[in-house]
Structure formats: C-alpha cells, structure tokens
Design a protein around this ligand. Structure first.
Ligand code: GDP
Ligand code: GDP
Length: 439
C-alpha cells in the first residue's frame, strides 16, 4: 500500500502549489463530500522508485461562526489527517506566525501524528531570522521550501517518507500469486458495492478459502469460483459479521485509491439512478492512470425506466469515453441479475492485461495495418514502421520501431491500437503504443 501524505495549513500558505509539485497526476481526484467549503484533492506522487498519495486538505476557512477553526477542521480535515501516515503542516514564511497556526499546531500535537513543519515561500530568504518564530509551535525542526520555485521539495518528500519508514519497493506491480486474480470493486458511496459483494459471497458456487499474510490495514477476502481463485480487495471498509460483510466505515478515497493500486482487475461500479457523476469520472480516470484492467458495471438497472437507461448510457458514452476498451454490464446486485457475465469479463480483462504477443506476430500485424492504410507524410518525412515487439505487460505495451516515427499522428496510433485490440481480442485492458525511432 502506498503511504499517504496530507497537507494541512490555513488558506493561502501554498498547499495547492505544493500539491501540484508533489503529484504527477494531471487530474487530481476530487472528493465531493457534501458540506465541504472546499474540496479535498487526492493525487499520486512519485520520487525515484518511491510512490505516495498526497491529500490537499483545502484551507481552514476562518468563518466557523464562533471564531473557532476546530469545527471546520473536524469537518474537512479530520478524515484526511486520520488516513495520513504523515502530515505536512504548511506555514507562510513571509506572513509569519498567525493565531490559526497555533490552533492547528495544538491540534496536531494532540493527535500525536507524525507531523513535519514546513515554511513555504522561503525563496531568497536568509535562514534563521524569519523562521525562528515558528519553533514556538513546538513541532520541532522547520523545513524552509519554496513550492512556487520548486526549492527544497525533493528533500522534504524524502524526509517525510523516511520518517514513516517506507522502504524502497521491490516492484511496482501488484504481485500475482498462484494465479489468484486480485479484484477491487470501486465506486463512490451508495452505488451498491457492499450489496454486490454480499450477493457474491452469498453465492453457493463461491468457496471461501484462507490466505496467509494479508496486507497492512486492508481486509481481503479470498475465494474461488468455478476453479478460478480470486482475492477481493476491500474498498468499502468491510468487516465480517457472521456470514455477511458489513460496511463499517464511511467511504474512503484513500482506501479506494490503494485498492485500485493493488488490484489486477478493477470493477468500476456505477449507479443507474444517478448516471455518471464527476466523482465517477475521477475514479475512472485514476483507474486509467494506474493502467489496471477494468470492467464497468451499471448497478440498480432494476430501478430505472427506459428513459433513464438511455440517459445513463449516453452519460457513459460521453463522460467515460476513455474507458471504451472496457466491457460494460447492466446489473442488479440486489436482485442478482446480470452477474454471471461480469465474472466472464473480469477473467477476460485479466487475461488481456497479461497477454503475450510475439515479435513475429506483432510485426506481421504492423505490416498488414500499414498496407491497409499507411501513415501520412508530414512535410519531408514519411514515417516508416518496420517492426514491433512487446515492451511490457499489465498493461501491455507495444513498441513500434522504424524511422521518423515522431511524425506518426495520434489518429494513426489510435488506428493501430484498434487493429491490435481486434486481433488479440484485448477487451478490458489499457494498451500503450510507443514509437521508437532509430536514426
Ligand atoms: P493554498 O490556499 O494553501 O492552497 O495556497 P495556494 O497554493 O493557492 O497559494 C496561495 C498563494 O501563494 C498563491 O498566490 C501562490 O502563487 C503563492 N505561493 C505558493 N507557493 C509560493 C512560494 O513558494 N513562494 C511565493 N512567493 N508564493 C507562493
Ligand atoms: P455502497 O456504499 O457502494 O457499499 O452501497 P450499498 O451496497 O450500501 O448500497 C446503497 C443502497 O443502494 C442500498 O440502499 C442498497 O439497498 C441499494 N442498492 C444496492 N444495489 C441495488 C440494486 O441493484 N438495485 C436497487 N434498486 N438498489 C440497490
């Protein structure tokens, strides 16, 4: 599981700027919990081989009525701080200490969470003078950085990760033991995740078995279905209660992100009564970004009429266009309808993500594709596609070799992708195509 770093601090100290520095995500995941004055943002970061999740908690708005910021804190930040392994408490080196900074510091000290005090906007400042005041907060060492200028960020991230004892990982990809498919059911609150999981686990053909050594914090449920072993990775905060599993926690974005990361296949669950919301699209975007195999199921199909079904399908087509490669199912977890084909798609997506394509076969396909439609000339250059080999798995990567390949258009890459997908029956996995020009 990736470690979680939360950014806290009053408004305008530079949290968003730091967040952008620390994440590689183009598109942060925004959790639109009702009642928040400002959204929380979740993003992926990486430094060297170490990966982490960053939460920007938004500002502590000082308008909590009675002048206390704790009410806001409770509402906005508590969950983020609770889920974090380490907190970066950001203060403004130029503005100096404020009363709010003291409140936040007290709160963090009471929690006893690993916290690092970061003085932002410290570019061009002489160390010492202005920063001395911040030691008053009683959080120890002050780390001067400049988020805007990118100064001190790398060593700050290193220090944060070291402080929680995160070692260099052996491998980025989720490991696959003995043919067990790790499956995560992802979706926003109330789409029917717990209902589906309980329906599944109540099925007779599903046999639970024991799996030693499960991961930190996560509940995982191993089971076998028609001879295929699965491990269900929890996203819903489930706890076994007798024979059924109960959701004990509120929806957790962090758990969702971590489960997606550690899964081989993600089942993205949507709610037919709601259509595709922003949060669905953000979760889908995150699945795509991690390169996981994916199956989409629209739940509560029993609860909508023809008109609503049309609307939902249209919203899937427009808002989740980037998941066109995934199988789409209409199900009712409650009424146990349409569930069999979902299993087939999960197995198919897993197989597609792990496909092995030989160089002769890829090369033959490439030549056929070019013969059918050659890439366009660009000025003086006509790209020449010579051969292709598989450069990676899970998701599959096809590397095309040739000359002037930097002039191959995106449209042509999509054309190649379409042909490859068709030929190898690649449903449910992202497919990456890389061009390698030899000079
Ligand atoms: P947030 O409200 O804490 O998320 O703060 P923002 O990231 O929105 O930044 C608030 C303001 O501070 C913006 O105008 C930023 O451009 C500015 N800012 C952020 N980081 C730095 C920095 O390192 N140096 C300086 N001088 N300004 C910064
Ligand atoms: P979760 O938050 O994603 O785990 O969602 P739950 O499983 O708790 O379901 C939220 C609500 O949707 C509950 O009231 C369920 O009874 C209802 N629900 C779940 N699946 C279906 C379904 O297939 N059809 C209908 N009509 N309601 C469903």
């Amino acid at each position: 599981m990736k470690p979680v770093i939360a950014l806290v601090g009053r408004p305008n100290v530079g949290k968003s700027t730091l967040f952008n520095r620390m994440t590689k995500s183009r598109d942060a995941i925004v959790a639109d919990f009702a009642g928040l004055t400002r959204d929380r943002h979740y993003g992926n970061g990486r430094q060297g081989r170490r990966e982490y999740i960053v939460i920007d908690t938004g500002g502590f708005e000082p308008d909590a009525g009675d002048g206390s910021i704790f009410r806001e804190m409770a509402r906005q930040t508590q969950q983020a701080v609770a889920e974090a392994d380490v907190v970066l408490f950001i203060v403004d080196a130029r503005a100096g200490l404020s009363a709010q900074d003291h409140d936040i510091a007290n709160y963090l000290r009471r929690l006893g969470k690993t916290s690092i005090l970061v003085a932002n906007k410290a570019e061009g400042m002489k160390e010492g003078q202005q920063l001395v005041d911040f030691y008053e907060l009683g959080l120890g060492e002050v780390y001067p950085v400049s988020a805007a200028h990118g100064q001190g960020i790398r060593s700050l991230v290193d220090f944060a990760l070291d402080s929680i004892g995160i070692p260099e990982p052996d491998d980025d990809l989720p490991t696959e033991d003995e043919g067990i498919i790790k499956l995560a059911v992802a979706g926003r609150p109330n789409v029917g995740k717990s209902t589906l999981i309980n329906t599944w686990l109540g099925e007779e053909r599903l046999v639970a078995f024991d799996l030693p050594g499960t991961t930190r914090d996560a509940i995982s449920v191993p089971f076998e279905r028609n001879g295929q072993k699965f491990e269900l990775i929890d996203t819903a905060g489930l706890r076994r209660k007798g024979k059924v599993f109960e959701a004990i926690e509120k929806f957790s974005v962090v758990k969702t992100l971590q489960a997606i990361e550690s899964a081989n296949v993600v089942l993205l669950l949507l709610d037919a009564t709601q259509g595709v919301t922003d949060q669905d699209a953000h979760i889908a975007g995150f699945i795509l970004e991690t390169g996981r195999a994916v199956v989409v199921a629209i739940n509560k199909w029993d609860a909508v009429d023809e008109y609503q079904r049309e609307l939902v399908l249209r919203s899937v087509e427009t808002r989740l266009a980037f998941l066109k490669f995934a199988a789409l199912h209409y199900i009712s977890a409650k009424k146990r309808q349409g569930l069999g084909p979902v299993w087939q798609s999960i197995i198919q997506a897993h197989a597609a993500a792990n496909i092995k394509m030989s160089t002769p076969m890829l090369t033959r396909l490439l030549h056929e594709a070019v013969q059918f439609q050659a890439p366009k000339r660009s000025g003086m250059f006509r790209p020449k596609l010579r051969y292709a080999h598989q450069g990676g798995m899970n998701p599959p990567v096809v590397v095309v070799h040739g000359n002037s390949l930097e002039h191959v258009t995106d449209a042509y890459k999509r054309y190649l992708e379409g042909r490859l997908r068709k030929q190898f029956n690649l449903i449910g996995t992202p497919l990456r195509i890389e061009m390698k020009t030899s000079h």
